[in-house]
Design a protein around this ligand. Structure first.
Ligand SMILES: [Zn+2]
Length: 197
C-alpha cells in the first residue's frame, strides 16, 4: 500500500488555524481528502458514492468543488499537510492553499529568536497553561504531551515564562478567545487522577 507522508507534528484531524492569504484574518486550513484504509473500507456500505480508489485506499474528497482528487504521479506517496483548502470566515475566501508552515500559523510567536507556534486555539491555550503553569506536567494535556516534551529550552526557561504567557494571552485576547484552561486540559487531569488513584 502506498503510504501517506506527514511532515512534522501535525494534528490527526487535518485542520489548522492560519492567517487568511487574502485578508490576514483568522482562517482554517483543511486537509482536502480523507483516506480510508482498505480494512476500514471493507466495513463500509458497498456503494458509498464519491469514493475514489487509490493504491489500497479509498479517497473521499472533502471539498469536491475546490479540490478534486488527483493521485500523486509515479507511485509517489501522498504528502499530507501540504496542498489543502483555506476557508476564511472574515472575507469568505475559499480556495486552494499550499501550506507554508509555520509562516501561515495564526498562532505564532518569536521568543528571543526562537519560534513558537500552535496548530489552533486549543493548542495555543494548552501552551499558555503549560508554559505559564507551575507544575508543567505534559500528561495534563494528553493529546499534546509529545510536543510539549519537545519544546526548546528557550521556551521552557523560567526566565521567559512571563514574556511568553504575555504574548500568547495578547494574541488570544486580540482574537476574542478566552484565556482560561481549555477543556482538554481538564479531561487530561481527570484521566491522570483515575490512573494514579
Ligand atoms: Zn480572509
Amino acid at each position: 500500500m502506498t503510504s501517506l507522508m506527514m511532515r512534522g507534528e501535525f494534528p490527526s484531524n487535518g485542520s489548522l488555524e492560519i492567517r487568511c492569504p487574502r485578508c490576514g484574518g483568522p482562517a482554517r486550513w483543511e486537509e482536502p481528502f480523507e483516506f480510508i484504509s482498505t480494512a476500514r473500507r471493507a466495513r463500509m456500505p458497498a456503494l458509498e458514492p464519491g469514493i475514489k480508489r487509490w493504491s489500497g485506499w479509498g479517497v473521499r474528497e472533502r471539498f469536491p468543488s475546490l479540490m478534486a482528487w488527483r493521485p500523486p504521479k509515479g507511485g509517489a506517496a501522498y504528502q499530507l499537510y501540504r496542498d489543502g483548502v483555506v476557508l476564511c470566515g472574515v472575507c469568505h475566501h475559499a480556495g486552494k492553499h499550499r501550506l507554508n508552515w509555520p509562516a501561515d500559523a495564526l498562532f505564532g510567536w518569536s521568543i528571543r529568536g526562537v519560534p513558537l507556534w500552535a496548530h489552533d486555539r486549543e493548542h495555543a491555550r494548552v501552551l499558555l497553561h503549560y508554559i505559564g503553569g507551575a507544575l508543567r506536567d505534559p500528561l495534563r494535556h494528553p493529546r499534546y504531551a509529545r510536543s510539549l516534551r519537545k519544546l526548546p529550552a528557550t521556551i521552557i526557561a523560567a526566565r521567559n515564562r512571563e514574556r511568553i504567557t504575555r504574548k500568547i494571552q495578547g494574541t488570544l485576547r486580540d482574537l476574542g478567545i478566552p484565556v482560561d484552561a481549555p477543556a482538554e486540559a481538564e479531561r487530561g487531569t481527570r484521566v491522570q487522577a483515575g490512573q494514579t488513584g
